[in-house]
Write a new protein. Structure first.
Length: 137
């Protein structure tokens, strides 16, 4: 059975009157909570995960219209998650966040189709702008 495209899933989700779902993947619980509050205050539904492995095992990739992903995750890193999703033909926009990413990490993420890349700390409006742009892609 074919997986629905991101657009098909988004249209089905919106036709049911549901909020668009943003998946937040960061190993810092405070960051997950803060980003969740930020996205929810902007009208999005959110799901949070402490690792890429938990996200992949959850099945939530099918519901997410955008991911906010820390580059430096334990286990599967954010960049490896991006590669895994692309290898599974799952095109979901990713906004990367990082406190310690190198320029080469930033370049690789963007070259592989990231919707954006923010260095921590960043402003709420910067993140919301990138998420909104990513969803409209």
């Amino acid at each position: 059975m074919d997986r629905p495209s991101t657009l098909d899933g988004r249209l089905e989700h919106m036709s049911k009157g549901l909020k668009e779902n943003i998946a937040i993947i960061d190993d810092d619980v405070l960051v997950r909570e803060t980003l969740g509050d930020c996205m929810e205050s902007a009208g999005y539904a959110t799901e949070s995960f402490g690792s890429a492995e938990h996200f992949l095992a959850s099945g939530s990739v099918q519901n997410a219209v955008c991911l906010i992903v820390d580059v430096q995750l334990p286990g599967i890193t954010g960049l490896e998650l991006q590669d895994t999703l692309a290898g599974n033909c799952r095109r979901v926009p990713i906004v990367f966040i990082s406190a310690r990413a190198s320029q080469s990490d930033r370049e690789k993420a963007m070259r592989h189709g990231a919707a954006g890349f923010l260095s921590k700390p960043f402003r709420r409006d910067e993140l919301l702008r990138l998420v909104r742009l990513a969803i409209r892609r």
